[in-house]
Design a protein around this ligand. Structure first.
Ligand SMILES: Cc1cc2nc3c(=O)[nH]c(=O)nc-3n(C[C@H](O)[C@H](O)[C@H](O)COP(=O)(O)OP(=O)(O)OC[C@H]3O[C@@H](n4cnc5c(N)ncnc54)[C@H](O)[C@@H]3O)c2cc1C
Length: 363
């Protein structure tokens, strides 16, 4: 191919970099584009990976530069299971992986990919044209953040996505509603509370499905019945991680059902400390709409601000509506293991959730 390569990799996150490491060790010519670990660099400071240490390595052909190895070389705390991996450690590890295994990375975005007779023609944001026989799109989920239409009427300065917040300190002293009950929501709500924001969590589910803290070593019967995998405990997860091609070969209907039913939004076990007993939760609450109003605070002798409405006695739902008039953060994050009970219920709805759990029902 004229002026071209066999493979172009778009994206320099864990997958793009791991593929580059493998291609570097082969005779395949390739180029890789993107800012290394950029999705991870933009995640909120002072949070942790949900995956355990053993499940958070990038892949070089010899599996020589694992996260365990990186932590050992840099004298950082590490355990295969049980010590949460700080985002900062993971980013630094990914960048060192890139420098070792994909040193020719081009930190430029690809703006278009067009099929041509002998492959593809890619254009970089710098205007260069690249020919490639094959293209691997490893662009991650950054471009797919979604804010539900129910929040669409709010002005952009009042509504944002969890992916927009690396640093939440600007919310200090403000009232913020976090929509969702997955890992990003719970992490952010805890961080917002710590930063001094009056934080309210609004979610449709009636209980927050925190992961169980891992306990190792486990008895052999438990290890057989409920094996550990990179996605959590259980044979289903183990099959997904250890036999992905088996899953891939299944009929679409079965695969779609598995994706819909297996796992789901769930915060890591370590997120409980920051959240439970601190953040006000409005669970089992479905949002019908959100709008901007001027809200009066009814203090003695004060008059209501023009245009403000008298508020009804707060129920979780009305409180939820009120809080959504403030800055709103919507979250998306999936990947989980089995849900575990939350502790120290703090609101009516979390007490209801605890009752649900006590009755043995899975939220
Ligand atoms: C909040 C959050 C927490 C998560 N926690 C975990 C966890 O603990 N463990 C886990 O295994 N997974 C976790 N995930 C899932 C995680 O996204 C994936 O595991 C992993 O990042 C996927 O890697 P990737 O290489 O496919 O994509 P990404 O890491 O998203 O990397 C994509 C790369 O592509 C680049 N790119 C995008 N568009 C272009 C373009 N046009 N041109 C050039 N480059 C481009 C970006 O700059 C970026 O570097 C989490 C996700 C989120 C959102």
């Amino acid at each position: 191919m004229r002026n071209g390569v066999d493979v172009a990799i778009i994206g320099a996150g864990p997958y793009g970099l791991s593929l580059a490491a493998h291609l570097s060790a082969s005779k395949v010519s390739y180029r890789i584009f993107g800012v290394p670990m950029s999705s991870w660099r933009n995640m909120p400071n002072r949070t942790w990976l949900k995956s355990e240490g053993f499940a958070s390595s990038l892949f070089d052909p010899a599996s020589s530069f694992t996260l365990a190895r990186y932590c050992q070389e840099h004298s950082l705390p590490y355990a295969d299971v049980g010590i949460p991996v700080p985002i900062e450690t993971f980013v630094a590890y990914g960048i060192e992986f890139q420098q070792r295994f994909a040193p020719h990375l081009e930190e430029v975005a690809i703006t278009s990919v067009v099929p041509v007779a002998d492959g593809f023609e890619l254009t970089t944001e710098a205007g260069e044209t690249v020919h490639s026989k094959r293209v691997v799109v490893a662009a991650g989920i950054t471009h797919f953040s979604f804010i539900p239409p129910v929040l669409g009427d709010l002005p952009r300065e009042l509504v944002s996505h969890s992916a927009d917040h690396k640093d939440v300190s600007r919310f200090a002293g403000r009232r913020v509603a976090v929509i969702g009950a997955g890992a990003s929501a719970i992490d952010l709500a805890g961080l917002l509370h710590e930063a001094g924001a009056d934080t309210h969590l609004i979610a449709r589910r009636s209980a927050i499905a925190f992961h169980d803290a891992p306990i190792e070593p486990r008895p052999i019967s438990q290890r057989v019945l409920n094996p550990r995998s990179g996605l959590g405990l259980g044979w289903r997860s183990r099959l997904c991680t250890d036999a992905p091609l088996l899953f891939h070969s299944m009929p679409k209907k079965i695969r779609m059902r598995a994706v819909q039913r297996h796992l789901g939004p769930a915060p890591g076990w370590f997120a409980k400390t920051r959240f439970v007993g601190r953040v006000v939760s409005h669970l089992a609450t479905r949002m019908k709409g959100a709008m901007r109003t001027t809200v009066a605070t009814r203090t003695k002798g004060a008059t209501r601000t023009k245009g403000a409405r008298r508020m009804k006695r707060a129920t979780p739902t009305t409180r939820a509506r009120r809080t959504t008039r403030r800055a709103v953060t919507r979250t998306t994050r999936a990947a989980a293991t089995s849900p575990a009970p939350a502790s120290t219920p703090g609101t009516r709805s979390t007490r209801a959730a605890a009752a649900t759990r006590a009755a043995g029902r899975t939220p």
